[in-house]
Write a protein that binds this ligand. Structure first.
Ligand SMILES: NC(=O)c1ccc[n+]([C@@H]2O[C@H](COP(=O)([O-])OP(=O)(O)OC[C@H]3O[C@@H](n4cnc5c(N)ncnc54)[C@H](OP(=O)(O)O)[C@@H]3O)[C@@H](O)[C@H]2O)c1
Length: 305
């Protein structure tokens, strides 16, 4: 089969499409014929070697050559030992390894909702798990106001819609071209950049804040909420210096996928696909994602099936 792989850490040019043996589903896993793979910033962070320094025994360094991608949607073509409730031919989406490939093994999955294409479905797993986790960790309640820095990306789109569904008022920041997008998702919208703190203040008190960008605004978020405990970042490694929590450890993924299915079925969650790329253009997908202005999610389409 074909898969995207890299043999050295570096820029998008290190990505290559290579021939590789088809992987097998181990115990508690399924294998899919991948139809689409989600492109997450973590994919190019790993490719750049960003996690090599922080690798520990429990969170090992990446061995080379390495595959790319952790989200996918496709058709089950092998079911591992001990797996029940899913069979070959089922349409699923979920989390796995080396998903920019014709076949990939998933360790968590759920059925693709009826009204989603594979390309759309591939965009949900990681962003929904992250959104549910940070909403839980920040502890914001119905009726309260949540500020979301960087609300138009993948995680932001999910956070906004899930928070609104729970009766939380949301103020989101995004670029000028995404203001209507945020409003359509039910948020109060404003732009980031010079004067943004004053623009946010005019909308009243902020109970909790999420930083999804790492743009150096943690002191502002602490100031706006009045409490570092009410702020969480998923992208700013200086969090501890500001007394702010960094959320980086994944929550329960089967539960997150089940909740995504429910929200999608009820018309409460929709993550748009910004652009789809063939496997051969994975490098362009990474460069575009790294540029930092994705609305929703970018995906890789596997066209050989
Ligand atoms: N720690 C974790 O568990 C975890 C999990 C998932 C993701 N992450 C990290 O979280 C970040 C967000 O992930 P994602 O998948 O949502 O990324 P994404 O889809 O690439 O989102 C990028 C968004 O950031 C916005 N943005 C760019 N510059 C900004 C600025 N200066 N101020 C405010 N917003 C700005 C953009 O909005 P405009 O286009 O409107 O400018 C764009 O919508 C990434 O760094 C990722 O690595 C961490």
């Amino acid at each position: 089969m074909k898969k995207v792989s890299f043999a050295e850490f570096g820029g998008p040019e290190v990505l290559q499409v290579v021939d590789a043996p088809v992987p097998h589903a181990g115990r508690g896993q399924v294998r899919i014929a991948v139809q689409a793979a989600g492109v997450n910033p973590v994919d190019w962070r790993i490719r750049e070697g960003q996690f090599q320094k922080s690798a520990t025994e429990s969170h090992g360094a990446i061995g080379l050559p390495a595959g790319v991608g952790q989200d996918a949607a496709g058709i089950v073509d092998e079911v591992g030992e001990g797996v029940h409730g899913v069979e070959a031919g089922d349409r699923v989406f979920g989390r796995g390894w080396s998903t920019y490939a014709e076949h990939a093994v998933l360790f968590a999955w759920a059925p693709v909702p009826e009204n989603l294409t594979f390309a759309e479905a591939a965009g949900y797993p990681s962003v929904v798990e992250t959104a549910l986790r940070i909403l839980r960790e920040v502890g914001v309640q119905p009726g309260q106001t949540l500020l979301v820095n960087g609300a138009s990306g993948g995680v932001g789109s999910a956070v906004l819609q899930i928070a609104r569904e729970r009766g939380i008022r949301v103020i989101g920041t995004a670029g000028p071209g995404n203001q209507d997008y945020l409003r359509d998702l039910g948020a109060v919208a404003t732009t980031y950049g010079d004067g943004w703190v004053d623009r946010v203040r005019q909308y009243g008190a902020i109970d909790a804040a999420l930083d999804l960008v790492g743009s150096g605004i943690l002191p502002d978020l602490v100031d706006l909420t009045g409490d570092p405990e009410a702020v969480i970042t998923i992208a700013d490694l200086s969090a501890a210096a500001h007394g702010v929590r960094f959320s980086g450890v994944g929550g329960p993924i089967f539960e997150a996928l089940a909740e995504a299915v429910d929200l999608i079925a009820r018309g409460k969650l929709r993550i748009p696909v910004e652009k789809a790329y063939p496997l051969e253009h994975a490098a362009a997908a990474h460069a575009d994602s790294r540029a930092g202005h994705t609305r929703g999610r970018r995906v890789i389409l596997i066209e050989s099936h």
